[in-house]
Design a protein around this ligand. Structure first.
Ligand code: EPZ
Length: 424
C-alpha cells in the first residue's frame, strides 16, 4: 500500500508549472471517439495521472489506438469500433459514463454497467439518461447494465433539472452529430465545458454558448481529426496555492488561467492570504490566516466543491470559526475525521462543518478516502508538527501528477513509500 511520509513545519517556496486539467482531459478523450476520419486526434498538455491510463485502456478496448508520449496523447480510430465498455473499467472510473454520448453519436449503441457511487455520494446518472432519451435514444436498464441505442439522434430542447457537469458534457457529445438543432438549458458553466466545446469545434462540430447556462448545438454529418491543447487544471492550481498558504510560504504558479480561480482567490484573500497575479500566473505570499464566516460550494462560477477539502485543511489553522456548507455532493466531509486525528477542531452535521482554528496541527497516520480528501491531508501534514503518514495515495495519483515531486520542488519534506496499491 503506497503512502506519503511528510515531515511538517517547512515553508514552501519557489515556482511550479501546472499541467492540463483532468476534468477537461477525460471528456475530451471520450469525445475523440467521434473522429471518423482516417487521421488521429492529438492532445497536448496531458498530465500523467492515473485516470489518464484508465481512460486510455477503455479507448483501447473500444478499438482505438492510444499512444502517450511526454505530455502528448495520440488517439487513432481502428477498423472496428466496439460498443461495450468492460465492467472493470466502469468500476474503476465513473467518468467512463462520458463515453455514452460519443458512442451513441458515432455508432448508435453503447452497453455499460451502471456506474457505482463513490465515497463522496451516490452519483446518480438520471440527468444523463433523461437527456439522451429526449434525443431519441432507447435506454434499457437491467441486471445492473445499461444498454442504449438510437437509429438516429434527433436534435431537441433539453432542460437540465440541475447544472450537472457530466450530463452537460455527455449531452453535448451526443448532440453534435444529431439531425437538427439541440439547445441545453440550465447547462453547467465550468471552464472544462468551454474546453470541450472548443475541442469539438476543432473537430468540425458546431457548438456555441459553453460557459453560459444555454448551449446550442447544430448537428453536423461527421467529426474529424484535430490537434488540441487542453486548459490547465484549476483544481490542482488551487490545491498548491493552499499548500503555500498553510505553510506560510511564497509560491508562484505559472501557465494557469487565473480567471478560472476567481471565487477561490476571493475566498483565500478573505482568509488573510496575500495573492498577486499576472495574466498567466498567481503568487501566494505569507499572510496571517483568519477564519471565513461561511464557505459555500456551488456550481461554477461559485466556489468549487473539488477545493472544499483542501480549503478545509487550510481553515483548521485559521484563527476563529469557519462554517463550510457543501451544497454539491452528499458526503464530501470524510477528510474531516482524518483532520481531527491531527488535532483539528471540526464539528460536522449533515452538509455543514464548523471548523475552529487551532494553534497547532500534529502529525498522525491518516487515510485518503478520495483524491481531494487525500490532497487536504497532505496540506495539513505540511503544516503539522512532526511526521505524518498518508495512506492509500493512489486516490491522490488519480488527479495529481506526482504530487510528492511537485511539493519537493517547493521545498517540502515528503517521500512516497510502501508497495504499489492493488488497482482499485
Ligand atoms: C464532475 O463530476 C467532476 N468530475 C467532479 O470532479 C466535480 O466534483 C463535479 O463535476 C462538480 O463540479 C469530472 O469532471 C470527471 P455533476 P460529475 O454531475 O459530472 C448530481 C474531482 O474531484 N447529479 O455536476 O459527476 C450529483 O449526484 C471530481 O475531480 C444527479 O443528481 O458532477 C451531484 O450531487 C469529483 N444526477 C451533483 O449533481 C445526474 O444525472 C453534481 O454532479 C448527475 C449528477
Amino acid at each position: 500500500m503506497e503512502e506519503f511520509i511528510v515531515e511538517g513545519g517547512h515553508k514552501l517556496s519557489g515556482s511550479l508549472q501546472v499541467k492540463g486539467a483532468k476534468n477537461s482531459m477525460l471528456p475530451i478523450m471520450a469525445a475523440s471517439v467521434l473522429n471518423s476520419s482516417d487521421g488521429s486526434v492529438v492532445l497536448h498538455n496531458i498530465p500523467n495521472i492515473y485516470d489518464l491510463h484508465v481512460m486510455k485502456n477503455i479507448l483501447d478496448s473500444l478499438g482505438f489506438k492510444v499512444e502517450y508520449q511526454g505530455d502528448t496523447l495520440q488517439i487513432t480510430p481502428g477498423e472496428e469500433i466496439h460498443y461495450v465498455i468492460p465492467d472493470d473499467f466502469m468500476r474503476e472510473m465513473r467518468s467512463s459514463i462520458f463515453l455514452m454520448g460519443p458512442l451513441l453519436a458515432r455508432i448508435g449503441k453503447v452497453k455499460l454497467t451502471y456506474p457505482g457511487g463513490c465515497s463522496i455520494g451516490p452519483r446518480p446518472i438520471d440527468l444523463h439518461l433523461k437527456g439522451l432519451a429526449s434525443l431519441g435514444v432507447q435506454v434499457r436498464e437491467e441486471n445492473g447494465y445499461i444498454e442504449a441505442s438510437a437509429e438516429k439522434l434527433l436534435g431537441t430542447d433539453i432542460h437540465l433539472d440541475y447544472p450537472s457537469v457530466g450530463a452537460t458534457e455527455n449531452l453535448i457529445m451526443a448532440a453534435v452529430l444529431a439531425h437538427g438543432k439541440t439547445t441545453i438549458y440550465n447547462a453547467a458553466k465550468e471552464p472544462e465545458i468551454v474546453d470541450l466545446q472548443n475541442f469539438l469545434n476543432a473537430m468540425g462540430c458546431q457548438v456555441r454558448g459553453a460557459g453560459t447556462e444555454k448551449i446550442r448545438i447544430e448537428g453536423v454529418p461527421a467529426a474529424g481529426k484535430c490537434h488540441y491543447r487542453i486548459i490547465p487544471d484549476r483544481i490542482v492550481a488551487g490545491t498548491y496555492l493552499m499548500a503555500a498558504a498553510i505553510t506560510g510560504g511564497e509560491v508562484t504558479l505559472h501557465e494557469i488561467i487565473p480567471s478560472h480561480l476567481d471565487a477561490v482567490v476571493a475566498k483565500l484573500k478573505e482568509a488573510g492570504v496575500e495573492i498577486q497575479g499576472t495574466e498567466d500566473s498567481l503568487t501566494v505570499k505569507d499572510g496571517s490566516l483568519r477564519a471565513v464566516e461561511t464557505l459555500r460550494t456551488l456550481p461554477y462560477p461559485g466556489f468549487p466543491t473539488d477545493l472544499q477539502a483542501p480549503m478545509s485543511a487550510l481553515l483548521t489553522k485559521a484563527r476563529g470559526d469557519s462554517l463550510i456548507v457543501e451544497n454539491v455532493f452528499e458526503a464530501r466531509f470524510q477528510h474531516m475525521e482524518e483532520l481531527i486525528k491531527m488535532n483539528a477542531q471540526v464539528n460536522v452535521k449533515d452538509r455543514n462543518a464548523l471548523i475552529t482554528g487551532v494553534e497547532r496541527l500534529v502529525g498522525a497516520r491518516v487515510n485518503a478516502t478520495d483524491l481531494r480528501a487525500g490532497a487536504a491531508l497532505v496540506l495539513a501534514a505540511l503544516a503539522a508538527e512532526g511526521t505524518s503518514v498518508i495512506q492509500h495515495v493512489w486516490h491522490i495519483d488519480r488527479g495529481y501528477e506526482s504530487m510528492e515531486k511537485a511539493l519537493k520542488q517547493l521545498g517540502a519534506r515528503i517521500e512516497r513509500a510502501g508497495g504499489p496499491d492493488p488497482s482499485p
